[in-house]
Every structure is written in structure tokens, then in C-alpha cells.
Write a protein that binds this ligand. Structure first.
Ligand SMILES: NC(=O)C1=CN([C@@H]2O[C@H](COP(=O)(O)OP(=O)(O)OC[C@H]3O[C@@H](n4cnc5c(N)ncnc54)[C@H](OP(=O)(O)O)[C@@H]3O)[C@@H](O)[C@H]2O)[C@@H](O)CC1
Ligand SMILES: [K+]
Length: 510
């Protein structure tokens, strides 16, 4: 599913108004009535106090429509106008008058802290203060109002985006943003819902289709693509009856050092479980017996005793995964450099191989085109330097990717796959996957896909999704805490099957 910027959303709005020959007011009515329907369906007329906080722009206008419909259906509603500006939008004003016509109680004006209403824990709040139009810091009393609403800790529904969130940078005050239980957002999800610094402002996201112009949505490239099942199914390549193990390549996993051979066991097994035809593990001598015993399907080549000092392969691999438990000893860096100069096969670079490159950036010059690099945030920082906020991080990662023509898989709650100006946001996975060895499994999985001839961007997107999906299958059975990396490997088969099990519901998960 595409993600648009605020200006693209505004453009979609305008195009729809022209192509459908409807007014912006009608579009607002259509969008906001859908939120009302959702609420009505769940509340079934319950008489809990509902506080609707409306700004003075179109997000506020949406709030006024919801208020009116709630009043018309006999709900216990209080409407507030948050007067942060005199510049009221046209459609706000029309809906303001419409509400006044039918409501017994006129909207209450909030102009300063003295006007703040009491909101109780058992009440409900509809947050329609700011939408995607927020473009500068809030005046202090509006920040206070947001904190006042948050303090009530009552059920809060944000319209389109939690108020106080920009769609292009982190908030000025981390506490000056509505903490929403659910955000009902129009037509397409917003990037902020999936980034570590801002994703936590809403527990759930529901995307509602408000019928914006299909052609425009289809033809306009988004700023990012959210990856759910629907997006990855077309990436899967089915197998032919007459294929043989040579068809699926012979990959090599390189890494391991004394005490860190387990990472290689996980990665090697994962590559095979993903469908690589053959896999060789290249490890120091100390890893030989461990690998032969725990992954009998793999072949093993060994180097010196406790860490790698040389990488000499006696075959041309179809793909390489390197870095798990590798260490960053000078001799290992040298071996890695020599290997990079020789190697032509597609690669996945992880963990200590990333740290080796951070120590010796010249290594980056030798990467094969579209090498996949899979850093966690600390490793990423070693590659691209510090960032201001998540948006700056993405920009810097894009520049890095363009400079070295590499695919970055930035690991996190929603891993980002970045290739030059393309951004994919993985939407599978869960907090249980923040566990030792989870990254080693991912590297093995991506190597397994490259081995079968998947191109690197497809491999990165499909592999990251399946990794998260395998984790989700475990969490459904065992919960988050007991999830360990070996279970992810064991569920790769189920994750493949899950791709084709049932069509996905039109529902978003944040
Ligand atoms: N896209 C669609 O298809 C549809 C969109 N719809 C809805 O429209 C919403 C966007 O509405 P919006 O553009 O009127 O902006 P909104 O967020 O209400 O802000 C209001 C104005 O406040 C101002 N302002 C900004 N920052 C400020 C600050 N710190 N302190 C004070 N003032 C500040 C700024 O105006 P400025 O003063 O800069 O001229 C801004 O314009 C969207 O989220 C969705 O809910 C639906 O109705 C239908 C379909
Ligand atoms: K809002």
C-alpha cells in the first residue's frame, strides 16, 4: 500500500473534487461520516460522554461533522473549538453553522488554559485539532491542552493523524502530541505511523477508503510503500516440477568465531529453509563439529582456529551472506577485503561485516551492485553518522544507498528497506523478535532468496516480510517472551504457506 506525503494527499483531494465534480464540503462529509459510522457501530448508542476537540482547519471540520452526526443519533456529545488561529477554513465554517443549527448546546470556545474542560478517564475523546496541515510549533496553551487531554488517559480516537504530529519531522515536544488509542486515517497510511520516534503515538491505525481518485492514487508514485501480504505475494516465484537443487543455487554463509558459532548455525539453517539448493558454512575450525552436527544438510569449510583469517572458496557461490559472529580483528578485516575484491556473487552483509566496513570505509567501494546491508540502528549510525530524527535518518540512508548502490535493510519494529529513492516499510513482525540471533536468521533468509535468483530488492522485501511473518506465527502460539531465533527458522515453511492461506483483510496494523 502506498504512502503519500501531506502535499500529495492534498493533491489527491483536489483531483477528486475535479474528477468527481463534488465539492470539498461533500468530500469532508463523506470522510467524516465514515468515522462516525465506525464509532456508531462500536458504541451502539452508549451514553458515555464524548468530547470532540476541533481545530479551525479541515481536520476541525471533520470533527464538526462527526459531532453533528453523533448529536443527531442521540449521543452525549460536547464539542470544543480550539481557537489557535483566526484563519478558519471555509468548510470548517459551513460545518460550524450546521452543528449550531441542530445542537442544543453550542460548541464551547477554548482560547486559553482557563477554558480547559474536565475530561474523565471513563469518557471518550475525538481528537480533531490538527491534521496533516500542522506546519509550525504549537502555541504553549495548545500544547498544554494536548497534555491535559492525555492526562485523562481516556479512550482517544484521532482523526487522520494524532494532533501535534508533523508528517515530515519529529514533534517539537515529545509530550505535546495526542496519544491515540486508534487513529482513523483517510485513504492511505501516513509515514509517521511506522517510524520508531512517532509510531508510538497511536496504538492502532485504521485506514478508511474515502474514494479519492483511483487513477491519481494509482499513477502517483508514493513516498514509500507499506509492505503487507498483498504486496509480497506477487514477489514470490513458484517452483517448476523439473527444477533440481542446482536451480536454487549454492550459497555460502561466512562468519563465526569462538563462542559465536550459534549465529552461523541459525543463518545456515535459515538459508536452506528459505529454499537455497545447497549451502556451505565457512567458519573457523572451532565451528566445524557444531555445524556438522546441528545442520547436517550443509557443507562446512574451515579456516584457522578461533576466527577467520582467510576466505578461500573452491566454488563459485550463487550468493554470499557474511558477518554473523565474525569479529572485527585486523586479520578478519583483511580477509574480508581480499574476499570483496574477488567476489562477484550477490551479497548480504550483516553484523561484524558492517562493523568492519565502518572501521575501513574503503571496503564499501568493492561491493557488488545492490548488495544488501542489514544494520540495526547502532550499526547504521556507524555507516551514515548521527541523525536529527527518523526523517533525517531516511534521507541519510537514501544518500548512502545511492552512493554505494546498495540496498539497506534498516532493522527495527517496522524494518525499512531502502534503495536509492525507494522506501519499503515492512509491516510484519512483533516485539518478541527483539531477541538474540533474530538478525542472523534474517541474513540467512535473504541469502537463501538471493541464492535462488531473486533480485536483491525483491529478496530484501520478501525476506524481511517472511522473517516478521514467521515471528508472528510463533507469537500467536507462544506469546512474545518465549520467542527465540531458532523458532523463527522453524516457522519459515509456515510463513511461506501463510502467504497463500487467505486474502488479507483491508486492515492496517501499526
Ligand atoms: N486530504 C484529503 O483528502 C482530505 C482531508 N481532510 C482533512 O483535512 C485535513 C487537513 O486540513 P488542513 O489542511 O486544513 O489542515 P489542519 O491540519 O486542519 O490545520 C489547520 C491549519 O492550521 C494552520 N496551522 C498549522 N500549524 C499551526 C500551528 N502550529 N498553530 C496554528 N495554526 C497552525 C495551517 O494553516 P496556515 O495558518 O498555515 O494557513 C493549517 O492549514 C486532513 O488532516 C483531514 O483531516 C478531509 O476533510 C477530507 C479529505
Ligand atoms: K487529529
Amino acid at each position: 500500500m502506498k504512502i503519500f506525503s501531506a502535499s500529495q494527499m492534498r493533491m489527491a483531494d483536489e483531483v477528486t473534487i475535479k474528477s468527481e465534480k463534488i465539492s470539498s464540503l461533500e468530500l469532508m462529509e463523506r470522510a467524516a461520516s465514515q468515522i462516525f459510522n465506525l464509532l456508531h457501530h462500536r458504541l451502539q448508542g452508549a451514553q458515555i460522554p464524548i468530547h470532540v476537540f476541533c481545530g479551525i482547519g479541515n481536520n476541525g471540520g471533520d470533527g464538526l461533522v462527526i459531532s453533528r452526526l453523533l448529536v443527531e443519533h442521540g449521543y452525549n456529545v460536547k464539542t470544543y473549538i480550539v481557537n489557535f488561529s483566526e484563519n478558519r477554513s471555509k468548510d470548517f465554517l459551513v460545518n460550524y453553522d450546521r452543528l449550531k443549527e441542530i445542537a442544543k448546546e453550542w460548541p464551547f470556545q477554548i482560547k486559553s488554559e482557563e477554558d480547559f474542560p474536565t475530561v474523565q478517564y471513563q469518557d471518550m475523546v475525538i481528537d480533531s485539532i490538527f491534521g496533516i496541515g500542522l506546519n509550525r510549533p504549537l502555541v504553549p496553551w495548545v500544547t498544554q491542552l494536548i497534555k491535559h487531554i492525555n492526562n485523562a488517559r481516556c479512550f482517544t480516537l484521532s482523526v487522520d493523524i494524532p494532533s501535534g504530529l508533523y508528517d515530515y519531522k519529529k514533534p517539537d515536544d515529545a509530550e505535546g502530541v495526542i496519544f491515540a488509542d486508534v487513529t482513523v486515517t483517510f485513504q492511505l497510511p501516513k509515514l509517521v505511523f511506522f517510524l520508531p520516534q512517532t509510531g508510538g503515538y497511536t496504538k492502532e491505525v485504521e485506514v478508511i477508503d474515502i474514494g479519492l481518485d483511483r487513477n491519481f492514487l494509482h499513477q502517483t508514485p508514493g513516498i514509500a510503500e507499506l509492505i503487507n501480504k498483498n504486496e509480497v505475494v506477487p514477489l514470490y516465484r513458484s517452483r517448476h516440477k523439473y527444477s533440481h537443487k542446482g536451480t536454487f543455487g549454492h550459497c555460502v554463509l561466512i562468519g563465526g568465531s569462538y563462542g559465536k558459532i550459534g549465529s552461523m548455525v541459525l543463518a545456515t539453517k535459515a538459508a536452506l529453509k528459505m529454499g537455497a539448493g545447497l549451502a556451505t558454512a565457512y567458519v573457523p575450525e572451532c565451528g566445524y563439529e557444531v555445524l556438522q552436527t546441528t545442520v547436517p544438510e550443509a557443507m562446512v569449510i574451515t579456516d584457522s582456529d578461533d576466527e577467520l583469517e582467510e576466505i578461500n572458496l573452491d566454488f563459485e557461490p550463487s550468493a554470499v551472506g557474511i558477518g554473523m559472529g565474525l569479529g572485527t580483528d585486523e586479520k578478519t578485516i583483511k580477509a574480508f577485503e581480499e574476499f570483496l575484491k574477488e567476489n562477484k556473487a550477490p551479497m548480504v552483509i550483516d553484523a561484524d561485516a558492517i562493523n568492519c566496513m565502518a572501521k575501513k570505509p574503503e571496503l564499501l567501494e568493492h561491493l557488488p551492485l545492490q548488495t544488501i546491508i542489514t544494520p540495526h540502528p547502532k550499526e547504521l549510525e556507524r555507516l551514515i553518522g548521527k541523525w536529527e530524527d527518523d526523517f533525517d535518518k531516511i534521507r541519510k540512508a537514501q544518500e548512502f544507498s545511492a552512493k554505494y548502490r546498495c540496498v539497506l535493510v534498516v532493522k527495527g519494529a517496522n524494518s525499512l528497506i531502502i534503495y536509492e529513492d525507494q522506501i519499503y516499510i515492512n509491516n510484519s513482525g512483533n516485539p518478541g523478535m527483539a531477541t538474540a540471533g533474530s538478525g542472523d536468521v534474517l541474513t540467512g533468509m535473504l541469502t537463501g532468496l538471493l541464492s535462488q535468483g531473486y533480485d536483491p530488492i525483491r529478496a530484501a522485501v520478501l525476506g524481511t516480510y517472511l522473517h516478521g511473518s514467521a515471528g508472528d506465527l510463533i507469537a500467536q502460539k507462544n506469546g512474545f517472551e518465549a520467542l527465540i531465533a531458532g523458532d523463527i527458522v522453524n516457522n519459515i515453511g509456515q510463513a511461506y504457506l501463510e502467504l497463500f492461506r487467505q486474502p488479507q483483510q483491508q486492515e492496517q496494523k501499526s
